[in-house]
Design a protein around this ligand. Structure first.
Ligand SMILES: Nc1ncnc2c1ncn2[C@@H]1O[C@H](COP(=O)(O)OP(=O)(O)O)[C@@H](O)[C@H]1O
Ligand SMILES: [Mg+2]
Length: 230
């Protein structure tokens, strides 16, 4: 599903003539197989979000390759990567990223409207996805009228409507209390088992990482050898 080969990334800081280089990821090699839940765990600042941004195609690596669905994606143009993302990848964020002026239903429906899906089909998919995450009773609520856990369910349902094969989640329970955290992790496991969706979950929390079939530990931009059961 994802193969990462000799991936390194640095940021350039400062103005022209006085640039400093900040190395963030160093020679990352890892694989995520279809149908797995893989956790990447590491302290704040270890480079986890940068890794996810590279896999998502929001930034391009300084060195190395990222393969997905049998092709190199790390050198795709922005437009081609945007297409690839729409077809294959769903996203879940720590901060939910819902549109406040839209109801739960409308938030979930939005990607289908952007795709040009007709209304009857949209409704059928939205209702099915709301059921998947246990949200049917809250469809007309605005984000401000939902708990954190309910908002995260809306964002998971929204991530599902275009039927991605892969969901990338950056600290998906980082804003939730521990009880709600377990509910969201259970939903992730259910979606993995019932729909076969592959998950890559980034977290600083060793306990959350336990949800993974495998955990990859990252420290100071490097994968810790030996810590990763394959
Ligand atoms: N766009 C950027 N420009 C410069 N430095 C960045 C940028 N994004 C992240 N960094 C730096 O890269 C390092 C790793 O950040 P990040 O990937 O967000 O870590 P994590 O998600 O593990 O907390 C940090 O030192 C951070 O300040
Ligand atoms: Mg981060």
């Amino acid at each position: 599903m994802i193969q990462i080969k000799n991936l390194s990334h640095h940021f350039e800081l400062g103005k022209k003539g006085r640039k400093t280089i900040l190395p963030v990821l160093k020679d990352i090699n890892m694989e995520v197989r279809r149908g797995e839940i893989v956790s990447v765990v590491g302290k704040s600042g270890s480079g986890k979000s940068t890794l996810l941004n590279l896999i998502s195609g929001f930034i391009r690596p300084t060195e190395g390759e990222i393969w997905m669905e049998g092709q190199i994606v790390s050198d795709l143009s922005e437009a081609k990567f945007a297409d690839f993302r729409l077809k294959h990848i769903g996203f879940i964020f720590q901060s939910f990223q819902l549109i406040p002026s839209m109801t739960a239903y409308q938030n979930i429906e939005l990607p289908l409207i952007l795709k040009g899906e007709e209304e009857k089909k949209r409704k059928e998919i939205v209702v099915r996805m709301m059921e998947n995450v246990g949200l049917r009773d809250f469809q007309d609520h605005y984000p401000s009228e939902l708990s954190g856990g309910q908002q995260q369910r809306v964002s998971i349902a929204r991530a599902l409507v275009l039927e991605p094969t892969l969901i990338l989640a950056d600290e998906p329970t980082g804003s939730l209390d521990s009880e709600t955290e377990s509910e969201i992790l259970e939903i992730i496991q259910k979606l993995n088992q019932e729909l076969g969706i592959t998950f890559l979950i980034i977290t600083h929390d060793e306990e959350v990482a336990q949800i993974g079939d495998r955990t990859i530990s990252i420290r100071d931009g490097r994968i810790m050898e030996g810590a990763n059961a394959v």
